[in-house]
Design a protein around this ligand. Structure first.
Ligand SMILES: [Fe+2]
Length: 618
């Protein structure tokens, strides 16, 4: 044993300097660890104190919107995500409703007073996806503990704050890490009191509104204003009811709280907009032109470059632009839509229950669809045709009269949401890039929102919302699959798939009839509903058989009602049974968009039969 000690002693005497330094290093390391631990504890303590101070500040904030903003800011400072969304309990509808959204790194969003971010469904800003949160969640969907969910292709972390009052969801970076973050857990725990306060004040406000028997749906008004602004590409807007010497602010949207307050207190100044709108009832005012001096002082602002004034039957709508708008936003049907939706808004504000007047507004909306279709040769008559084929399938499948009417209207209005898409994208001569496609996809959701404003019939809005879903779940806006997609929406989807091929697009030629039949057969069970495809094809075959008895393959185009009646009536082939339509020089096919008779399925079916019979003859 003593031998070992001798060896050890020898080693120490030989390495005394090294041992000294190793010992010193270990002591320093321990001190450093101690210091770090202490600093960490201090930091945690400091951040807890900061959180408590911030909670105090949120408590004392009297402005409801600012209070919600501060709640989300506090969460955003304690975790690293792309979007933060605060949902509060909506007792009336027994669900949680989105009250406030905050997007990281984008100050523009932080100043928005609206709770819902403007987005075209799942919109992408160029090359970057932005999550558009659902407007509401059913109570049952909200977990008791933090849980990561997939909303479409987005990862979302639901952070329950306090039961039956509210929760926060975050999306984007590091959401899985955030689930276990202790500091974030502490923040959420401390937020319980302020969220309770916010939820209670929200329900108190709702109670007051109900008690006053004011049936106004605030979110519906915001919806109207948001859609109107998208239609004309503006950043903010207001709607005034002007009656002789009386001026009432009916709706305002997109301004900062401060600016909104200023306008409200100086509303009398805005009466002049009625005169400024001019005799045509619509005018654009450029801030660099002399006319700008006529604008009321309260609306003058260094940030505004253009104003759009539109007079409707019920008042004046003014839109505000921060930079020069595209000319396409001022196309006739967009201006007409603003007038129409302002008339509807007036009815909603006045809680006017006149059914006949509502029906008339809905009819005007349907009339607008034709104007939109007429903008391009290839889309003339499109919505009518879509609607007509949907009704055929509905009849063939034994849908009742009421369901058929809903489907007919939904199909007619299915693309009304394209009003929310800028003309430069809508009329693009070529294939959309990814960003543009995302914007175009938004027409389904906006169409449903427009329909919901004009009709209380939820089925119509749902058919429109889901008309681009696919049965394999790869469609949009929600990626529903199979029977989860309303049946009417599956019918619209099938017919529009057929028509898109037969009518072509501005970037590709139409296909011949039989190729389309093969295409939709192939899509049955993938993008399209198998039973609906079968019904449509069977109907065509029935029609072909019947027509073949009279020597014609599919009948004349006007018999097929493949175009709207007003187009057919202008065609030299209309009602002429002595010849095929393509035998008439100047037939109207070119006029309504087809490049030649080759693209007409009446003609292509005829050619197909001819080629078949000539090969059989040989
Ligand atoms: Fe569509």
């Amino acid at each position: 044993m003593s031998e070992y000690f001798d060896v050890l002693r020898g080693f120490i005497s030989k390495n005394d300097h090294s041992v000294y330094f190793i010992g010193l290093f270990i002591v320093c390391l321990l001190l450093l660890v101690l210091l770090l631990v202490k600093a960490g504890k201090q930091r945690k303590l400091n951040s807890k104190i900061t959180v408590l101070d911030r909670i105090e500040d949120i408590h004392s904030e009297s402005d409801y919107e600012k209070k919600l903003q501060k709640i989300l800011e506090l969460v955003s400072e304690n975790t690293n995500a792309d979007g933060y969304f605060l949902y509060l309990q909506d007792k009336l509808n027994n669900r949680y409703r989105l009250e406030k959204a905050l997007f990281a790194g984008d100050k523009k969003h932080k100043t928005k007073s609206s709770g819902v971010e403007v987005g075209y469904g799942r919109i992408m800003s160029y090359e970057k996806e932005i999550y558009s949160p659902p407007i509401a969640f059913d109570n049952a969907q909200i977990p008791q503990k933090p849980e990561v969910l997939m909303d479409g292709r987005f990862t979302v972390l639901i952070l329950p704050v306090i039961k039956d009052k509210g929760f926060i969801s975050i999306s984007g970076r590091s959401v899985r890490k955030a689930m276990k973050d202790q500091q974030l857990g502490y923040v959420l725990q401390k937020l319980q009191s302020v969220i309770t306060e916010a939820a209670d004040s929200k329900s108190r406000t709702e109670q007051v509104l109900r008690n006053d028997l004011i049936q106004k749906d605030v979110s519906l008004f915001d919806d109207v204003m948001e859609i109107t602004l998208l239609t004309v590409g503006a950043d903010a807007g207001l709607f005034l009811g002007i009656d002789n010497d009386y001026c009432e602010l009916k709706a305002i949207y997109g301004f900062s709280d401060e600016k909104e307050e200023k306008i409200k207190t100086n509303i009398d100044q805005t009466m002049i907009l009625d005169i400024l709108a001019g005799s045509e009832g619509y005018r654009i005012i450029d801030h660099t032109k002399s006319e700008y001096s006529e604008m009321p002082d309260v609306l003058k602002d260094g940030d505004i470059s253009h104003y759009l004034l539109i007079r409707s039957e019920r008042g004046v709508f003014a839109a505000f632009y921060s930079s020069e708008p595209e000319k396409g936003f001022f196309i006739d049907y967009r201006i007409d839509f603003v007038r129409l939706i302002m008339d509807k808004l007036s009815m909603l504000i006045a809680n006017d229950q006149d059914v006949q007047a509502s029906e008339m507004l809905l009819d005007r909306l349907c009339g607008l669809v034709h104007k939109i279709d007429d903008e391009e040769p290839y889309s003339v008559g499109y919505s009518d045709l879509l609607s007509r084929y949907c009704v055929i399938i509905a009849r063939e499948t034994g849908m009742n009269h009421h369901e058929r009417l809903n489907l007919e209207k939904a199909a007619l209005l299915s693309n009304i949401g394209s009003l929310a898409v800028p003309e430069s994208i809508l009329r693009k001569n070529g294939i959309y890039d990814e960003h543009e496609y995302e914007i175009v996809k938004g027409h389904a959701v906006y169409g449903a929102r427009i329909a919901a404003i004009f009709t209380e019939n939820k089925l119509i809005a749902d058919h429109i919302r889901y008309h681009h879903e696919r049965v394999d779940g790869l469609g949009y806006p929600e990626g529903l699959s199979g029977d989860d997609i309303p049946y009417g929406a599956r019918i619209i989807g099938t017919v529009q798939s057929f028509l898109s091929k037969i009518k072509g697009r501005n970037y590709r030629e139409p296909l011949p009839f039989e190729k389309i039949i093969a295409f939709i057969s192939d899509e049955a069970g993938k993008s399209l509903d198998g039973a609906v495809v079968e019904t449509l094809i069977n109907w065509f075959r029935k029609k072909q058989d019947k027509q073949s008895l009279s020597g014609k393959p599919l009948g004349s185009c006007w018999e097929m009602r493949c175009s709207s009646e007003d187009i057919c009536q202008k065609c030299p082939a209309y009602l002429r049974k002595d010849k095929f339509c393509w035998e008439f020089p100047e037939n109207n096919c070119r006029a309504h968009g087809n490049n030649s008779c080759e693209t007409c399925y009446v003609y292509s079916e005829y050619m197909l039969r001819n080629s078949k019979s000539s090969s059989e003859d040989k």
